[in-house]
Write a protein that binds this ligand. Structure first.
Ligand code: HEC
Length: 95
């Protein structure tokens, strides 16, 4: 019985934790996946990779703002999450 309760508690904790990935885009698809999905509609990721390690968070927000004007399907919360994520990447290899 004790083992069952503890297994249930563990399963519940795992379920809850995996429902909230460590992403700043709360309640949204995970940010790396969003970049791969939304930033490849018009060009491939090489465009993005070229700026990783050069752009800071504000630069990224400006760039993504420009992409929004061109028609990228990204809202402002997603823009902020993507800018933070891209600015924190050490290189474009991980994209
Ligand atoms: C609606 C089409 C479209 C989408 C979607 C799009 N882009 Fe772009 N992107 C462009 C065009 C057109 C250019 C080339 C013109 C330019 O540089 O502004 C470009 C260029 C770029 C460049 C190179 C700019 C430079 O000056 O070196 C980067 C970086 C970039 N995009 C990042 C992104 C990111 C990040 C996303 C996802 C949020 C994204 N793009 C989504 C259209 C798009």
């Amino acid at each position: 019985m004790r083992a069952l309760v503890s297994a249930t508690v563990t399963a519940l904790a795992v379920t809850i934790l995996s429902a909230f990935p460590a992403s700043r885009a709360q309640g949204q698809p995970d940010t790396p996946a969003l970049v791969r999905d939304r930033c490849t509609a018009c060009h491939n990721l090489n465009r993005v990779r070229e700026r990783v390690g050069k752009n800071n968070e504000k630069d990224w927000a400006d760039y993504i703002g420009r992409m929004q004007k061109r028609g990228a399907r990204v809202d402002d919360a997603q823009k902020a999450a993507m800018a933070a994520y891209l600015a924190a990447l050490p290189s474009g290899d991980g994209l």
